[in-house]
Design a protein around this ligand. Structure first.
Ligand SMILES: Nc1ncnc2c1ncn2[C@@H]1O[C@H](COP(=O)(O)OP(=O)(O)OP(=O)(O)O)[C@@H](O)[C@H]1O
Ligand SMILES: [Mg+2]
Length: 266
């Protein structure tokens, strides 16, 4: 495929993607958000509208403020200036969950009970266990609910963490490098699982990752942060299912790497 063909396809796909997106509801907006810690400005004037059901990847060098952005999104911290607006009107519509690089499971609770934690304040009684078993089945751990977290592999523990994050049907799932500690093959399996569940459940996903290939494989849109600002906001209008390392994905990967490389050398 020539560069001209790719560009023509990109521009057509971008137009189509934009047309689809404009018809969609906004899930959340950062409006001129600034975050400071003492006299250090970490995020500055961030404006970001994310549409309901969109999959956004956030990339940037270490310390640029990615986790801070997710913490603000999840309500774990407050902006110093500006505001974060959730489109949902009810508590259910605004529900946001966050998942981290380490699974953070309770070692003294069995797998099912760990997933139950995600339903605190949302469901009660026998409904809780049924919902936990259902979501465990979706992440491929239907038969592990009575096990202790310590006997699971790293990938399986992350799947329990994913189940706990999703069991309460969040509208927004914030993912802070959740696959960062996994080996390459497990990582690709987890990417496929995450994409499959996102396609079925239709939540809005915001994934922080250092892996540019992962970002373009999963996201509808990649946001690069540099010096506290959005340096690049790139649509990835490639049809799903996507093929890892395909020329189309490589084209977008190159643009992001160029942006990151320019940051490092400038
Ligand atoms: N609670 C805090 N108090 C003081 N400084 C903080 C706090 N949280 C984050 N910072 C600072 O804000 C900056 C951005 O941190 P953040 O964790 O958001 O970076 P990051 O992009 O997620 O980095 P990494 O890729 O290494 O995870 C860092 O300089 C960090 O030291
Ligand atoms: Mg971080």
């Amino acid at each position: 495929m020539t560069a001209a063909t790719i560009t023509a396809r990109q521009s057509f796909a971008e137009t189509t993607a934009r047309a689809t997106v404009t018809a969609r509801r906004i899930a959340f907006s950062f409006r001129n958000v600034t975050k400071r810690f003492g006299d250090k400005t970490v995020l500055q004037g961030i404006d970001l509208d994310v549409h309901d059901g969109q999959f956004v990847a956030v990339i940037g060098k270490s310390g640029c403020g990615k986790s801070t952005l997710l913490r603000l999104l999840a309500g774990l911290d407050k902006p110093t200036a500006g505001e974060l607006v959730h489109a949902g009107e009810t508590k259910d519509q605004k529900r946001t969950r966050i998942m981290f690089q380490e699974p953070r499971l309770l070692p003294w609770a069995r797998v099912g009970a760990n997933v139950d934690v995600g339903l605190t304040g949302i469901a009660r009684g026998s409904e809780v266990r049924q919902k936990s078993l259902d979501i465990l089945a979706e992440v491929g751990l239907a038969d592990r609910s009575e096990e202790w977290p310590s006997v699971l592999s790293g990938g399986q523990r992350q799947r329990v963490a994913l189940a706990r994050a999703l069991v309460g049907h969040p509208r927004i799932l914030a993912l802070d490098e959740p696959l960062g500690a996994l080996d390459a093959l497990t990582r690709i399996e987890m990417q496929q699982l995450l994409e499959r569940i996102w396609l079925t459940k239709k939540f809005t996903a915001v994934l922080v990752t250092h892996d540019v290939a992962e970002a373009v494989a999963l996201a509808d849109r990649v946001v690069v942060i540099d010096s506290g600002r959005i340096a690049l906001d790139l649509a990835i209008p490639v049809e799903r299912p996507r093929r890892h390392a395909s020329p189309e994905l490589a084209f977008f990967e190159r643009q992001i790497l160029d942006q990151l490389y320019t940051q490092r050398t400038s």
